[in-house]
Write a protein that binds this ligand. Sequence first.
Ligand code: FES
Length: 576
Amino acid sequence: MSQHGRKYRSAAWFGPVDKDGFVHRSWMRNQGLPSHLFDGRPAIGICNTWSELTPCNAHFRRIADHVKRGVYEAGGFPLEFPVMSLGETLLRPTAMLFRNLASMDVEESIRANPIDGVVLLVGCDKTTPSLLMGAASCDVPAIAVSGGPMLNGKFRGEDIGSGTAVWRFSEAVRAGEMSLADFMEAEAGQSRSAGHCMTMGTASTMASMVEALGMGLPSNAAIPAADSRRYVLAHMAGRRIVEMVREDLRMSRILTRAAFENAVRVNGAIGGSTNAVIHLLALAGRVGVEFSLDDWDRLGRDVPTIVDLMPSGRFLMEDFYYAGGLPAVIRALGEHGLIDKAALTVNGKTIWDNNAEAPTYDAEVIRPFDAPLTASGGVAVLRGNLAPDGAILKPSAATPALMRHRGRAVVFESIEDYKARIDDAALEIDETSVMVLKNCGPRGYPGMAEVGNMGLPAKLLRRGVKDMVRVSDARMSGTAYGTVALHVAPEAAAGGPLALVKDGDGIELDVPARRLHLEVAADELARRRAAWTPPPPAMAGGYQRLYVDHVQQADKGADLDFLVGCRGAAVPRESH
Ligand code: FES
């Protein structure tokens, strides 16, 4: 029995006064742990994605130390453990291939160990969904702490945003408008402090989703990594998780349908990354909440984007924090009836209790509802014979003149094919063409790489063309922009209609009508299908084989089919 009268799951390891209890305690004590830590108090896992290969999370050992202070202060027993860390910039062929693998690591590590509650240290893009998904499949009390964005990038007096600046500068180099020397100089200025991408890319979006879902403390999304208040937040999360264990406040009570609806609306208001779509679909699948691609369109459609951040707007996460951060956005949404105010959050209060009084300090960065950055934010879900199970497009990152467009397809069978031919002077392409990229989906790449915003042909860039319609089964970096239809499902490698598109085919994009149509007759498509053969797998064995055999399509969140659902945390069998 614990000091507080309830017996937690860790007591099954540390409680027994027998051979097994001896084994569980004795080896732990080689770390210098005193015996009172084994008296039945809440054992708190600190799930750490620290890695020097994940630069966005490289400061996480310090964050973990501050979480530990809070855990000790509240009478808990902190136990830090590592899990697979997913660094977006280095991992090949794409970090997304490993999101589900890391989630398995998290799930099994929590379940197999004496952990009563867990603090999830998340930052770089895929570390957030993988840790949430893994913990959700155990349904233990959990609180996520994001590592925080980098300070604003700086280059020759200009604020530059991670990712967004890279796409812009590399196009400028290809168009002959920027020297290679300047391009190289911008590298250091872009990433000048600890933290993750400071645009409203996928990391900042997912940190915002953590807060909107109620899985993090207020202000989790925006406090810069270099700001001491990030460490105060970590400390407070450590204190709070101990109370959550005592209250048995598990993830399933927070990740309700209302939480997901709130998250979709917040995503629209912040102009968030398209990657949030796929991650939240997968997370909902873990907790058994009915939540579909169509919910994204329906719930987000009338939400204006009021946060003026790159890649859609002008500012960066540091500015967003000083302007009021996500609490100010949630308050504005709530005042317009776009928040389910009763949704519970990790601090035991409702989302409205937390945010009803949140001030806005800068109306340029967090704009008023009647002067938004984009009137209709959110994510458009497109359907048609080219995407029977859906595709998505981010209107706030697209060119208004291209939202209704008909053009001839220029087809690339793979990303290598695209790279080999895009700057070929003989390539028949103009600004009215629709660039089509195949075999970059979950199975095809494998892992659904962020290559959907493929750069435009140099010869068109030099003529001043800034955007073209692009269609693919790939994803796009949250820091990118353009009129890009992504996540086409089913993907080409799974035999989706995308596989059948040929050069010169007519394609119609109609975002207001939510339509993506291939202007080829059904009998011709049937003939092409009969002649189609799937591409060979990139790798014959190992995890890639498991992934390709079991990954679901983008409209289902690209989780592995056997990972869907919550399996709880019970393990009745002893280890010896
Ligand atoms: Fe890690 Fe962008 S590369 S957050």
